[in-house]
Design a protein around this ligand. Structure first.
Ligand code: FE2
Length: 183
């Protein structure tokens, strides 16, 4: 599957623009992680891009979410490594995270929300001037974007990242697609 095919499928299955932006942001971070770790950039990027493709189809039912997503990804041509990462990013199913891709997707997913929230409280609401250290501060403020799971982001340690460098990589990756994110 090409990236375009993955994106077309997302647009066919997801109406919420913010959800699409979340998946684009996850893709950008996953690509940056793959490059840094010497992994397959397309595989990691497309996994990030597709990971919540079923969110609207499953209407938020966490018992189905990501099972359907993994099936849809397989139908599109994703390999089992990619499908597994999508499946286990929802902990409800109790499927352990085994591969580096599984672990990377799990910690990259919530990082997008923290960075978007940090950009939106800036006077210009733009990513361009956002510094990683300010996101780091927001990370420590538990009341800021309280829905963002800090423990989940901290699992970046399982793919060999310190929190600070992980946040920095995420900020830089998302800056690279700021226009697509409307930020
Ligand atoms: Fe997600």
């Amino acid at each position: 599957m090409t990236r375009e095919e993955a994106l077309d499928s997302i647009k066919a299955n997801v109406e919420n623009g913010n959800l699409i932006k979340h998946m684009l942001a996850t893709e950008a971070i996953m690509r940056a992680l793959a490059i840094r770790l010497g992994e397959d950039e397309e595989e990691w990027g497309i996994t990030g891009l597709l990971h919540d493709i079923d969110m609207e189809l499953t209407e938020g039912d966490m018992n189905i979410h990501s099972k359907l997503g993994a099936d849809l990804a397989r139908e599109l041509g994703a390999n089992e490594t990619m499908a597994h990462a999508i499946l286990c990013h929802n902990e409800t199913h109790g499927v352990p995270r085994e591969t580096k891709l599984d672990k990377a997707l799990f910690c990259a997913d919530p990082l997008t929300g923290l960075i978007i929230a940090a950009a939106l409280v800036r006077p210009d609401k733009k990513l361009a001037g956002l510094e990683a250290r300010s996101v780091r501060k927001k990370f420590k403020e538990k009341s800021f974007a309280a829905g963002v799971d800090r423990d989940q982001i901290s699992l970046c340690s399982q793919i060999g990242f310190e929190l600070g460098e992980f946040i920095e990589l995420g900020v830089e990756a998302m800056k690279g697609i700021a226009a697509a994110l409307g930020l």
